[in-house]
Design a binder for this molecule. Structure first.
Ligand code: NDP
Length: 505
């Protein structure tokens, strides 16, 4: 057992957070900041036994603890207190995620504001949680449909939006009355652990929230665990598939938010200034390390050259720099292997006929030489048979393809295995809305991009996942419905075999 004091300056050191206690691991994992190579935090390397302990704590808290038995108002009050605490610690969270994840601190601050907003929204859902009643099942029957918490929820989160994606899941699970075990990415665990500390400070009962840190082995143990009733994961499609297989042991309920290969479809009749701003934002926001990154620009041929010139000029003005510098637009990629993979992808696209319009290599800035910095890159003449068109690159790399007709645009946008999001830019709603309906993705933005109000459900078609986060639908992922069929009055022989009465197969 260890006490893990609030540490804000690196190097930080944390144990797991299990049953309200800080618990040391047998082994530890160092995290080197991707911008500098210096170790900024050390976390416990979770093993299956740590996951067992955390799931057991969550199970006790669910079966015997006060959290699932509180009223919606009581749960909401606690979530509101947590939201206040997140706001009060906004600088800390923004810095932790920027330092460990390499993302610009300015964007990280937006993530923290989003995390507080999601927590407040979930508080409202806690109050509203209710079932329904059927009074039309016959005069002697009343049907109650109860909505209940699913039980113990496992949450596995990635490194690109550590505190934000956590809050797309955690307050929703807690609002429903679930108890939780979180496994954050080994690369960006500090903000999750600090958030657990704030939940405890706000008065969350012991065991209702547990955090086991570690690499994919800890995630795998959580996905396999028979004590977990519902599992929510965000990350790569490859890992999502492994989690799906691992979860079959007890057929736990699953929600998987996976990769994407979104298109920004720009029609000639769009407000091209707005569209250019949106394309640059959608392509390079969060270093392009974003599941909804609009990493493919599909532009109508008659305006393509001029539009691309405008987009390239804006991309060249983006400032690549240290994540903690307020002026930075594009920070450091998550780790050196990822940067090498991305450089390989750019080279492959070049070999396959793509043209580098801007960028294409590491940042030439001498002051950034110790970190994983890529120049914002635009690849033109990318066609659907090229891997840069179909595969997630997860970096500030934008591909450009041209189209002639509305039908071509829809076909190109849909010609990938992913279906998380797409954007449509046109001033003609008679065009934009049918295109939005024809796109095979869980989200479509029209004349905007990467906006995600907590009220709107978020998730994927095709290989971008199953289930939804946020909105009422995201909340319901952490609930079960139970039908209670009540008969009043005397049976008068109607229960006999062969007698007619409402039944199920
Ligand atoms: P992963 O999908 O491997 O990681 C996401 C989370 O799952 C992390 O907490 C990770 O732990 C954990 N994990 C890893 N292996 C397992 C497993 N077998 N069972 C359960 N949990 C596991 O993503 P990567 O970090 O490897 O990124 C690779 C690629 O995935 C990116 O380049 C990008 O294309 C995509 N990605 C997509 C994201 C999205 O938002 N949809 C987010 C992140 C990545 P740990 O990090 O400790 O290994």
């Amino acid at each position: 057992m260890t006490t893990s004091p609030p540490v804000t300056a690196p190097p930080r050191r944390y144990g797991h957070f299990i049953g309200g206690q800080w618990v040391d691991g047998r082994e530890e994992i160092d995290r080197a900041a991707p911008a500098t190579g210096e170790v900024v935090s050390t976390v416990a390397a979770g093993e299956a036994s740590d996951v067992d302990a955390a799931v057991a704590a969550a199970r006790r808290a669910f079966d015997d603890g006060p959290w699932p038995r509180m009223t919606g108002f009581e749960r909401a009050a606690l979530l509101h207190r947590v939201a206040e605490l997140i706001d009060a610690h906004a600088d800390l969270f923004a810095r932790l995620d920027a330092e460990e994840g390499g993302k610009p601190v300015r964007l990280s601050r937006g993530d923290v504001a989003g995390a507080a907003q999601l927590t407040r929204y979930a508080a409202g859902l806690a109050v509203q949680m209710h079932g329904s009643t059927y009074t039309n099942n016959g005069p002697d029957f009343t049907g109650l449909v109860l909505r209940e918490p699913s039980g113990v929820a496992g949450l596995i989160t990635p490194w690109n939006f550590p505190v934000l994606i956590l809050c797309q899941k955690l307050p929703f699970a807690l609002a429903a009355g679930c108890t939780v075990v979180v496994k954050p990415s080994e690369m960006t665990s500090s903000s999750t652990l600090e958030l657990a500390r704030l939940y405890a400070e706000a008065g969350l009962p012991e065991g209702a929230l547990n955090v086991v840190t570690g690499d994919g082995r800890a995630g795998q143990a959580l996905a396999e665990h028979h004590g977990v009733d519902v599992l929510s994961f965000t990350g790569s499609t490859a890992t999502g598939r492994r989690i799906l297989e691992a979860s079959t042991g007890n057929l736990k309920k699953l929600s998987l938010e996976l990769g994407g290969k979104a298109a920004n479809i720009v029609f000639a009749d769009a407000d091209l200034e707005d569209a250019a701003e949106g394309v640059v934002f959608g392509g390079f926001f969060n270093n392009g390390e974003c599941c909804v990154a609009q990493s493919r620009l599909l532009v109508q041929a008659d305006v393509a050259d001029a539009f691309l010139a405008e987009v390239a000029a804006r991309a060249e003005k983006l400032r690549v720099g240290q994540p903690l510098d307020e002026a930075t637009d594009v920070g450091a990629l998550i780790h050196d292997r990822h940067l090498e993979t991305v450089l390989g992808r750019v080279e492959e696209a070049r070999r396959q006929g793509g043209e580098v319009v801007t960028g294409g290599g590491r940042s030439p800035e001498a002051s950034l030489a110790a970190g994983q910095f890529l120049q914002p890159t635009i690849l033109d003449r990318v066609t659907p048979d090229m891997s840069a068109f179909t595969e997630e690159i997860f970096a500030p790399v934008l591909t450009v393809s041209r189209f002639e007709t509305v039908e071509d645009a829809v076909a190109l946008a849909n010609a990938v295995d992913y279906g998380l999001s797409n954007s449509v830019w046109s001033k003609d709603i008679d065009k934009a809305l049918p295109v939005a309906k024809a796109l095979r993705s869980g989200t479509v933005y029209v004349n905007t991009t990467i906006d995600a109000p907590p009220t709107m459900p978020f998730g994927g078609y095709k290989m971008s996942g199953v289930g939804r986060e946020m909105g009422q639908a995201g909340f319901e992922e952490f609930t079960e419905v139970k039908s209670v069929n009540i008969r009043t009055g005397k049976r008068a022989g109607t229960f006999g075999i062969g007698a007619a009465h409402p039944t199920v197969a």
